[in-house]
Design a protein around this ligand. Structure first.
Ligand SMILES: Cc1cc2nc3c(=O)[nH]c(=O)nc-3n(C[C@H](O)[C@H](O)[C@H](O)COP(=O)(O)OP(=O)(O)OC[C@H]3O[C@@H](n4cnc5c(N)ncnc54)[C@H](O)[C@@H]3O)c2cc1C
Length: 417
């Protein structure tokens, strides 16, 4: 049996692991820094206290029961290709075939001040931290003495008007409308304003113009302040500076503005492309390395004619690349040839507010309640585990009917420890 080591159990890594587990020709070990797989598209609902972290995460060891896949918890540190070995925080592993699937991380474009003071949105920890932070600022706001300080503490600036920024802004605006005045009856001031800032002239830039216009209209109606054609340039923890020279006093800056692939020590320098993505051929083999593949957000594949500048960093690309590489490795083991990767773009969607979403299909666009229902349905299918799907569906039903989920808990590690 060939020893296949997969680093990263996101959409890409998990799909190839599952595919290979069906063949008797490979012994699969999946390495991840966490002991759970999670679903990033719903992180913003955790961050806004709408659903629980456990609704969108699932332990690897439970996922792999009776599948023959081994799990190794550790943080990847270095690749030693000559020795066919990887080094992690918990030890080394030998491989016959290595698959890099560590995804991407937040890109602050070298701005240290922002990286120190802004809140990212890439992991479950980030989402829980954001929930805690926002709720804590609101507690401080109701106690603050001056009106200016109350406003600063409850203002939220979101940098980045892509799907994540739009979804966060919509959800927070709904929270402000439906919940905050009930939760904070002692607040004799207008709680918080939400600012959504983007460097481009529109929101949802990768989507159709119809989707962009709808997002702007719905968010404006919800009271979100949309600031386009300017960048967030600095944040000292108190004041957000924009490229047009204006400033916004805010205790919260959320950074939903960009990602770059995770760095891999040991990959040749000329195999690293734009956005630090690892350059791969049509079969996802890393340029210049034998038996090392990269899939998902971490790779840049320029061989797909319809995506000559590389694929978008989306879940569907990661899933399809994981599936195909799994099939291809099985094919090689059976003496067959490999298929080149071609992305099947099924469309994109974003939820803007309650009962309102936009869906772009390869041949059309729709919006509103039906789009919202489709969004919910599409996002519940890939959630790992039947119990999680049922719990998530129930949480959504409860939260949407009552407009008042009960998860606004500030849970932090005990500081004494
Ligand atoms: C907030 C948010 C919302 C999104 N919304 C959408 C959406 O609506 N639709 C859509 O298509 N896409 C969306 N995306 C993008 C989508 O999540 C990614 O394209 C997809 O997750 C990429 O899959 P992946 O397997 O390549 O990487 P990931 O899913 O990021 O998985 C990487 C895995 O590697 C592990 N890992 C990382 N570093 C190490 C290390 N050093 N050692 C060990 N393990 C490591 C991580 O723990 C993780 O399990 C969203 C992303 C975010 C952050």
């Amino acid at each position: 049996m060939k020893k296949v080591v997969i680093i990263g159990g996101g959409f890409a890594g998990l799909n190839i692991a599952k595919k290979l587990s069906k063949s008797s020709s490979h012994q699969v070990t999946l390495v991840d820094q966490h002991n759970y797989h999670f679903f990033p598209p719903l992180l913003y609902q955790v961050a806004t206290a709408f659903i629980e972290p456990s609704n969108i995460s699932y332990p690897f060891r439970k996922l792999f029961q009776e599948k023959g896949i081994r799990f190794f918890m550790g943080e990847f540190q270095e690749l030693l290709p000559e020795q066919k070995k990887i080094v992690t925080s918990s030890g080394s592993l030998d491989y016959d075939v290595l698959v890099l699937a560590m995804g991407a991380e937040t890109n602050y474009f070298g701005n240290e001040e922002i990286s120190k003071n802004a809140l990212p949105m890439k992991s479950i920890e980030d989402a829980v931290e954001m929930r805690n932070h926002i709720l804590l600022q609101l507690e401080k706001a109701v106690r603050a003495e001056s009106a200016a300080e109350k406003t600063r503490l409850s203002n939220i600036v979101i940098a980045g008007g892509g799907p994540t920024g739009v979804e966060l802004a919509g959800m927070m605006a709904e929270m402000g409308r439906n919940i905050l005045t009930k939760d904070y009856p002692e607040a004799n001031f207008r709680l918080g304003k939400i600012y959504l800032v983007d460097g481009l002239k529109t929101l949802l830039a990768p989507m159709s113009q119809k989707s962009q216009n709808e997002a702007i209209k719905v968010l404006k109606n919800l009271g979100v302040e949309i600031l386009l054609d300017r960048l967030v340039q600095g944040y000292d923890g108190k004041e957000v500076s924009l490229s047009d020279g204006s400033k916004i006093e805010a205790a919260t800056l959320i950074w939903a503005s960009g990602v770059m692939a995770r760095a891999v020590e040991g990959v040749p320098k000329d195999a690293v492309g734009k956005g630090r993505r690892i350059l791969v051929d049509a079969h996802n083999k890393v340029n210049g390395l034998d038996d090392v593949y990269a899939i998902g957000d971490q790779c840049l594949q320029l061989s797909d004619v319809k995506f000559a500048n590389g694929h978008p960093q989306l879940a569907q690309v990661a899933i399809q690349q994981g599936d195909l590489l799994g099939e291809n490795l099985i094919n090689i083991a059976q003496g067959k040839t490999m298929e080149p990767f071609k992305y099947n773009d099924k469309g994109s969607m974003a939820i803007i507010a309650k009962f309102k979403a936009v869906v772009d299909l390869p041949k059309g666009f729709f919006k509103g309640f039906f789009a919202w229902l489709v969004w919910l349905f599409i996002h519940i299918i890939p959630i790992a585990g039947f119990r999680n799907k049922a719990k998530l569906a129930f949480n959504w039903l409860w939260s949407f009917i009552t407009n008042d989920p009960t998860l606004r808990l500030i849970i932090r590690p005990d500081k004494k420890e």
